[in-house]
Design a protein around this ligand. Structure first.
Ligand code: NSS
Length: 422
């Protein structure tokens, strides 16, 4: 039986399995808080019952299996207590290295054990739901799941964040995005999506950059920039609305103000990059045409919005080579979707350039070597159609939904610049 079912079994004998969250003993009685993935319950082991000696001699995070009678007890945390009749030690644990008040660095060194913490358990449940709901959203809309290779010879998002790999003596990279190979599947499945790891050799240490992150990406044929933004706001709203229904308890326990998520419904406000520059100027932040936005700009802009907001039509040299030009000579048909409350960028998306001549010119402007991109150019040579797509960083999404301030706590084993262990 799981611990969250205890309340239905008052007066009855139950079997429980789990890990010792806290333990203390006094005068022939051992008090333990037993934890499984559903919750925590206080268990009392008295001298004389089978297994008492083992219970008395073990420590935090030992795994146990026990049989006991459930009692209502106002004084016990959670309101119930289990009087143990039979105790079995499954996996002993002595001197568990994690105690209260340890430094973030220490906890990252012991991440393989710290993942058991109550806070992370709640976040990982929500993260799991976010993955499931993204799949659900796309499949309901008739999208097919399609995978791209993780090893590639091309840069999707510029050369500065590529991880180089020795591929049997050839230079290769860990992929930054599923997109370029996915575009080859547009004439095959038309509406496709994927959730996969993307890799960025981010040399800055920030609260929202990982070197390896999970990327939910989608690409749709016969879809323009407008259609893509509609899809993005529908997807974000769908996931947020479902999560706040499914995980109200966990969100509350994490201290999340759920009211701030309840109104996340389409449509999301849209401003152009030009307008964003003006708004920043009014708020005392001067940015030149072409500058990217960092955390301070994102925070200042977010003060004007209660929902996620699109900043669209960015200067063409500040964005990737594959984005379709808007026709004004200076911007591309793209959008960044920013989260409210200053959580920053969640999605990057665009309509794709379909004209081979324009694409070749753009590649020259970006000084890209043509050879590795020949396959991508073929997609424009043979039956290209208007299409658009986008990518969402799942850890950033989970960060915002849970209301936590560092991206590393949204993933079990974060990969950042100064850490690849454990
Ligand atoms: O670079 S993006 O803005 N866009 C792309 O990769 C496109 N090729 C996606 C597409 O159109 N299919 O990255 C998309 C999102 C971005 O908005 C962030 O939410 C997230 O991916 N992202 C990251 N999350 C965590 N850590 C890092 N380093 C990171 N970089 C991007």
């Amino acid at each position: 039986m799981q611990i969250d079912e205890i309340s239905k079994h008052v007066g009855k004998t139950v079997d429980l399995r789990g890990w010792i969250h806290r333990i203390r003993s006094s005068k022939g009685i051992v008090f333990m808080a037993l934890r499984d993935y559903t919750g925590i319950v206080q268990c009392v082991v008295k001298d004389g019952i089978p297994g008492f000696k083992e219970a008395e001699g073990t420590g935090m995070e030992a795994s146990v299996s026990l049989e006991g009678k459930v009692r209502k007890d106002e004084r016990a945390p959670g309101g119930f207590e289990v009087e143990v009749k039979d105790f079995k030690l499954v996996g002993p644990s002595d001197n568990f290295p994690i105690r209260e008040f340890q430094s973030p660095e220490f906890l990252l060194d012991y991440r393989h054990l710290w993942v058991r913490s109550q806070k992370l358990t709640k976040i990982f449940k929500i993260r799991s739901d976010v993955f499931g709901l993204i799949h659900e959203f796309f499949r309901k809309r008739g999208f097919y799941e399609m995978q791209s290779p993780s090893l590639t010879q091309i840069a999707c998002e510029g050369g500065s964040t590529l991880f180089e790999v020795n591929y049997f003596g050839q230079k290769a990279y860990l992929t930054q995005s599923w997109q370029l190979h996915a575009e080859a599947m547009i004439p095959v499945l038309e509406k496709i999506y994927c959730i996969a790891p993307s890799f960025r050799a981010e040399k800055s240490r920030t609260r929202k950059h990982l070197a390896e992150y999970w990327h939910a990406e989608a690409e749709a044929a016969w879809t323009d920039h407008e259609g893509s933004m509609k899809l993005q706001e529908d997807m974000v709203s769908y996931v947020v609305q479902r999560v706040i229904k499914m995980r109200k308890k966990e969100l509350r326990e994490l201290g999340r103000d759920i009211k701030k998520l309840e109104h996340i419904k389409p449509p999301f406000p849209r401003i152009t990059y030009e307008k964003a520059i003006e708004m920043l100027k009014k708020d005392g932040i001067r940015r030149k045409w072409g500058d990217d936005f960092g955390a301070p700009e994102e925070r200042v802009l977010a003060k004007h919005f209660k929902k996620p907001f699109f900043v669209e039509k960015w200067p063409k040299y500040s964005k990737a080579f594959y984005m379709k030009e808007s026709g004004d000579g200076k911007t591309v048909l793209c959008d960044d979707l920013f989260m409210p409350e200053g959580y920053g960028e969640l999605i990057g998306g665009s309509e794709r350039e379909t004209d081979i001549k324009t694409l070749l010119r753009r590649m020259k402007e970006f000084k890209l070597k043509r050879k590795p991109y020949e396959f991508y150019l073929d997609l424009r040579r043979y039956g290209s159609v208007p299409h658009s797509g986008f990518g969402l960083g799942i850890e950033r999404f989970v960060m915002w939904i849970c209301g936590i301030d560092h991206i590393r706590d949204t993933i079990a084993f974060p990969r950042v610049m100064n850490r690849i262990h454990p």
